[in-house]
Design a protein around this ligand. Structure first.
Ligand code: CMC
Length: 429
């Protein structure tokens, strides 16, 4: 809070609006009383200048390329922490001590299996269903299986729903994948880390032993960490809006997954790799880049640009390093898709159009490269993002529900439709 205020003058009226300060970042003009005092709304489709809530979870400084979770910079977390520790940090606000961490890991890990009857639910999908389609349906269906954790007014039930979602999401994503390729489901192995268990559930088959490569396990864990939360992005805002009506957590997270699927958001990693394949060879890059500058082409350089980061995406920096490690380990040097990716990155970073519009490779540009090298099909890229982002959605949901000032989200509009008119019977139209 500050004692600063802004005065809005219009139509011979003056409205005094308080200015609020957070711990970091720009101040906000508090317009909550604007309508009652001035009879006007504000207009900001796309929320480019609007803070929709206050939050103590994640801070982004887009100009400086900074991303902090609960104050800790993402590069330090990515180097020193691991995904489940980060989940604790996001959910509870501080890093755990050793006993808290062990207790948390054991608790989450004990929820990795899904109700056996849910297996039948999977079988209702077409065998070639996109894993995201399956995930939206199955996660929404969790509210039909876990009734004892849907009372959002009970903090203990909220906590159990949080554990269930974090623990079961990799199982559901891996099952959606296995179903889409016609292989048997692989049950979780609780002796493995979160990342190793996920790799095993995706790649193991009953006919052979599967040993998780520690470099790939670390790279997977980093992908989860780098996607864990990103303050009020589209899918998180969707989860908050859905939850603001009091809907149960499983339904709200299903809404978040649906929003994440779009190519401007979590679907960008799939779109980026498909674009690299479409370009095909290094010689085709200049022509493709020209098309992305032409607004009538409908093409964008996927994996480039960000609403908030206008300098660089700090997650992309760590992801690029991880990509190099994975490609080195797997001995992949001549893969044509990866050659196109490297050359595209080089050319775009020197191109005046991309420089002047501050368009840099984002996290999805490199995560697609790593996931492709690990053997994931493009259809699994966004489900993996959903697995990682679940903890962010849940932490933001918990924060919102615990706030006594929570209100249903209900935006207003600038109406541009017809004025009042009278109904005309069909024979007279
Ligand atoms: N390729 C070509 N031109 C672009 C691109 C791009 N990837 N991104 C933005 N522009 C241009 C855009 O045409 C516009 O030009 P002008 O000012 O001449 O009209 C200008 O840059 C600003 O674009 P905008 O659409 O107003 O910017 P935004 O902040 O609304 O969009 C974005 C951000 C991420 C949706 C956009 O950059 C984009 O579509 N990128 C490609 C998709 C992508 O990689 N998304 C993943 C984002 S990171 C992960 C996540 O958050 O899910």
């Amino acid at each position: 809070m500050t004692d600063k205020s802004a005065t809005l003058t219009f139509d011979n009226k003056q409205v005094e609006l308080p200015i609020l300060s957070g711990s970091e970042g720009p101040d906000v003009i508090d317009i909550r009383k604007l309508y009652s005092q001035g009879n006007v709304f504000t207009y900001d489709p796309g929320f480019t200048s609007t803070a929709a809530c206050d939050s103590a979870i994640t801070y982004i400084d887009g100009d400086a390329g900074e991303l902090w979770h609960r104050g800790y910079p993402i590069d330090q977390l990515a180097e020193k922490s691991h995904f489940l520790e980060m989940c604790y940090l996001l959910l509870y606000g501080d890093l755990p001590d050793a006993a808290q961490l062990e207790h948390f890991e054991t608790t989450v890990t004990r929820h990795t299996m899904i109700h056996e009857q849910m297996h039948m639910f999977f079988r209702g999908f077409r065998r070639d269903a996109h894993p995201m389609a399956t995930m939206v349906g199955v996660v929404g269906a969790m509210s039909a299986f876990y009734h004892d954790s849907t009372d959002i007014s009970d903090p203990r039930q909220r906590e159990i729903a949080s554990f269930r979602l974090i623990a079961k999401m990799p199982t559901i994503a891996a099952m959606a994948y296995k179903y889409s390729i016609g292989q048997p489901f692989v049950y979780p192995a609780n002796s493995l880390s979160y990342a190793a268990n996920f790799l095993r559930m995706c790649f193991a088959v009953p006919a052979e032993d599967y040993v998780v490569n520690p470099v790939l396990e670390r790279a997977m864990d980093r992908i989860f960490m780098l996607h864990a939360d990103h303050e009020q992005n589209a899918s998180t805002s969707t989860v908050r809006l859905a939850s603001s009506s009091g809907a149960n957590p499983f339904a709200c997270i299903a809404a978040g997954i649906a929003c994440l699927w779009g190519p401007a958001h979590g679907g960008a990693n799939q779109a980026a790799l498909e674009m690299l394949r479409e370009i095909g060879t290094v010689e085709n890059i200049p022509d493709y880049i020209e098309q992305t500058k032409d607004k009538t082409s409908g093409k964008r350089l996927m994996g480039f640009g960000h609403r908030v980061y206008k300098n660089f995406d700090p997650r992309a920096k760590v992801m690029k390093q991880s990509a190099d490690e994975v490609l080195e380990l797997l001995g992949i040097h001549n893969n044509p898709t990866l050659q196109v990716a490297k050359e595209l990155e080089r050319i775009a970073l020197e191109d005046e159009y991309f420089i002047s519009k501050k368009l840099y490779p984002n996290v999805d540009f490199y995560s697609g490269i790593i996931l492709e090298a690990m053997g994931f099909p493009t259809s699994m890229f966004t489900p993996i993002f959903a697995v990682a982002r679940t903890v962010g959605w849940i932490s933001q949901w918990q924060e919102m529900i615990s706030d006594p000032q929570m209100k249903i989200g209900r935006p207003r509009q600038l109406y541009t439709g017809p004025g009042r008119r009278d109904y005309v019977d069909v024979e007279r139209r």
